[in-house]
Write a protein that binds this ligand. Structure first.
Ligand code: ADP
Length: 208
């Protein structure tokens, strides 16, 4: 068995980041594509010059980072701007991801934390051996995001409905970790079960 490359995904509030942390604690290399996207658009980030060239200097805020609120508003008004932004960011995220994966020791399983794995379709599927979905009901998503961020329910629902549906996610997944009716210790037990079953390509110690 060789260590696998796993795509980890889940909707907002599903518990995906918590599962990523538990997997890192068990020895997986976690590559966080959201963090890569943030670094690319932080002050001095490599994605800023092409973004300015495409959308103008007003897309950069006073600190020199991408003005996210302005970009979100533009993407909302003009769907083609979203495609244009993705055409800039996605190849750069892909390259940074590949660099981090190449620098990972061969014995270590790699977990690609990709919130929009299902939304971006075949592009991610081709890079990973298996897709693990962290799943829960929309009611639970809302409750968790509300507790975490205090956002109004309407705003949370809007984000949930912009993302892929539960059915779309489940049909793209090889395994589903149902993070519902579990406390954090229960979630850790589920992660241990997957780990020990060899889902990540790391055999559990054989006990006779
Ligand atoms: P995501 O990355 O999917 O948006 P997080 O992992 O950040 O979700 O989880 C959202 C919130 O819900 C966090 O505050 C996290 O601690 C909490 N949470 C997730 N799963 C559980 C669970 N099984 N029991 C208790 N709290 C949980």
């Amino acid at each position: 068995m060789r260590p696998r490359r796993i795509g980890l995904t889940g909707g907002i509030g599903s518990g995906k980041s918590t599962v990523a942390r538990l997997l890192a604690e068990r020895g997986a290399r976690v590559i966080d594509t959201d963090a890569i996207a943030r670094a690319l658009t932080a002050p001095g980030g490599a994605a800023l010059p092409p973004i300015v060239a495409a959308f103008g200097p007003e897309m950069v805020d006073a600190q020199g980072a991408l003005d996210r609120a302005r970009m979100r508003a533009l993407v909302f008004r003009a769907p083609e701007a979203k495609q244009q932004l993705e055409a800039i960011l996605h190849p750069m995220i892909g390259e940074a991801t590949d660099r981090q994966a190449a620098a990972t020791p061969p014995a270590q399983p790699i977990v690609f934390d990709v919130p929009l794995l299902v939304e971006t379709g075949a592009r991610w599927r081709a890079r990973v051996d298996r897709v693990l979905l962290v799943d829960c009901s929309e009611t639970t998503q809302e409750a968790r995001v509300q507790a975490r961020s205090g956002w109004p329910t309407e705003q949370i629902r809007q984000v949930i409905h912009q993302q892929a549906s539960r059915i779309q996610r489940r049909s793209a997944a090889d395994a589903v970790l149902l993070n519902e009716g579990l406390d954090l210790a229960g979630l850790a037990t589920e992660v241990d079960a997957l780990w020990n079953l060899g889902f990540f390509g790391v055999p559990a110690a054989i006990r006779l």
